[in-house]
Design a binder for this molecule. Sequence first.
Ligand code: PFF
Length: 455
Amino acid sequence: MGSVDIPREQWATRIGFIFAAVGSAVGLGNIWRFPFQVGQEGGAAFLLVYLLFIILIGFPAMLVEFVVGRYTERNPVGALKEVGSGAWAYIGWIFVATGFVILSYYSVVAGWTIRYTLLGLQDGYLADAAEAEGQFVELASGLDAILFHALFMAVVITIVAYGIQRGIELAVKVMVPAIIVITVGMAAYAFTLDGASEAYAYYLSPEFSVIAAEWTSILPAAAGQAFFTLSLGMGVMITYASYLGEDRNLAEDGAIVIGFDTAIAFITGLIVFPILFTAGVDPADPGAGAIFVSLAAAFGDLTLGWLIGTIFFGTVAIAALSSAISLMEVVVSYIIDERGVDRSRAAIGIGSGMFLLGIPSAYDLVLLDLFDLFADQILLVLGGLLLTVLVGWLSSDLAVRELERGIGDLGSIGTAWIWAVRVPVVLALLAALYLGVLEYIEFLQEGFLPWLDEQ
Ligand code: PFF
C-alpha cells in the first residue's frame, strides 16, 4: 500500500475526541452559512427540512464515517483502500480533494471574520447599510482579504503541526467551551431586542406552502447544509475516529456531536434574526454577505454594538479555526500515513497549497461562490454518496460489527441503521446531487459566465 510505519497518535481523552468533532462541526457553516441559507430558502420551512435531514441522514451518515475510521485506523485514502476494492478504493481521493478545495475558500471567509473582529476594536461598525455594504466589498476581496487569509492559514498550520494531543486536542478544549458560552450569552442578549418576537415568528413557524413550492431548491440546500455543518462527506470524521484507540460507544458520541452542532446553529438563528429584524433588514436579502453587511450594520446601530460585534466576530473566527484544523488534518494525515512525510512539513506544504488555491476566492466573490457551491453541493454530496453506498450495501457486516464494538449486540438496531444508510441516506444524497448539479449549472450560466464576460 506504500504506507510507512509511523506510530499513530491517539486522543488523550474521550472528551478530547468529542470536542474535536464538535469543533470541526461547529464553524462558519453554523454561524455564517446557516442563517443565510435560512434567509434564502424561506425561513422556518427550511429550518424544518434541515432538522429532519440532520436526524434522518446526518446521524446515520456520521456513524458510517466513525466506523470506517475506527476500524481502519487510517487516513481517508488508506481507509478506503482497506474497506473498498476496485474503483471504490479511490473514494478517499475525492475526500482529500474536497478538503483541499473547501479549506482554500473557508480560510478566506475566516479571514474576513478576523478583519471584522479588529474592525469593532478600531473604528466600530458602519450603521448605514449601503456604507456597510461598500465596506464589505472593499474588505472581502483584494489585498486585505488575501492578507487575512494568509494569517488565518498560518494559525491553522501551526496548530496542525503540533499534532493530535498537543495541537488539535489542546486547542479545541479551550475553543469549544468558549463558543458555547458566548453563543448562549448572545442569544440571551438578542432576546431583549425589539425585533425579537417578529424574528422568532419568522424563524420558528414554518409555512408548508413554501416547502411545497420551493422543494427543488430547499432539498439540495438542506442536504448540502446538513452535510457541510456536520463535517460529513469528506473524511473528517473518518480521520478523527481513526485516532480513537479504545472501544467506545460511537452512537453515543455521534449523538452528542450532532446535538451540539444543531444546538449552536439553532441558537445562531436566535442571535442573527432578532438583530436583523430590529435593524429592519429583510433576512431574504443579505446572501453570503449576511453577517458581514446586515449584521455588521446592525452592530453599528446598537448601543455598545462595537463590543457585541467584536465578541460575535471573534467567536466566529474561533469556530472557523476549530473546523479548519479538521479540514487540514484530513489532507495532512494522508500525507503522513501514505507518504511518510513528517507532520510539520506536511502541514506547511499542504497549508501553502491551500493558501494559493484560495487566492481566486479572495480576489472576487463570484469565484468564492464558484468554489463554495461546487464543493458543498457536488463534491461533499458525491463523496458522501459513494461512501454510504460502499458501507451500506457492500460492507455492511463489517460496519455493524464495528459499531457493536463498545456498545454490545445491536440486534435490530444495527439492521435499522444499515437500512437507514442504504435507502433514505442514499436516496436523499442522490436527489441532492442531481438537483445540486442543476443548480450549479444555473449558477455557471447566470453568475459565473456573465462575470467572466465582464472581465
Ligand atoms: N462543519 C464545518 C462548518 O460547519 O463550518 C465546515 C466543515 C468542516 C465542512 C469540515 C466539512 C468538513 F469536512
